[in-house]
Design a protein around this ligand. Sequence first.
Ligand SMILES: [Zn+2]
Length: 278
Amino acid sequence: MFNYICEECGKGTVKKKVFENYQTKIKGYPFVVDKAVIGVCDQCGARHFDANETKRWEELYNKNLELKHISLLSDEIEAVRKSLGLSMEDFAYLIGCTRQSIYNWEKKDREKPQSRMADLLIKLVRLSFKGEKVDVISFLVDEAKKLGIIIQTGKAFALANNIIPLNVKRVPQNYFQESQKNLRLAAKVLEEKELTIAESSSQELIGILRYDYKTADLSLEIIKDTFGLRKVDVELITADDKHFIKQNVKFKDNCILLISATEYTENKVKEIFLKPRA
Ligand SMILES: [Zn+2]
């Protein structure tokens, strides 16, 4: 595969090397290749990529999307089309591609899955057919998350949708008194005891996350009720990217119950979104 003179330095020889758990990007998305074969120059260290090998990575990536059921399978695409009672030709007209593309995607032993754009569009068609009200932006953000991409649709989006994003972070127990007074002491306390706090996007302290080891309930104790919260919808994202959604949660004893009977303690929370209810 390799063993040619390095084009970078003109001196060294490019030697085959196997990289375990090699992190790369396929079509712009992060992906880890089990065993990646890459040429490395024995003089300058430049990396050389072989076209067949990178093609293999792309195939692994596609297979992974299907295995993890991130992209639609061929029979699912066919099912969506048939649920609409459309021929391949008309379905192609509907979503803006060629009949040949539809034919290729529906083929049982297809070589390549549909493009990401086609996949997203067909998923939206499917949701819409089921009569579900589709929030397209949230849908797209969620789909990107499945590929390990977190897209912040931004303050403007949150504002327009009346959503309050809260940043969750760990601070030393004495955070409130100490702030910057004694950094060394703070570092020591950090090791010993921490609090998990939720801040607004303007870095204002909103509350403290509390995990009750008796009931296994995770709550947000509101310290400063800047937003006049009475009843909220909660979306919580954990450090391992699990989503918990709870609707119509009432404010009780200054607390919002985020998840009940959970193994997720306060230090395993990444983000919280609150949407006030009337
Ligand atoms: Zn070289």
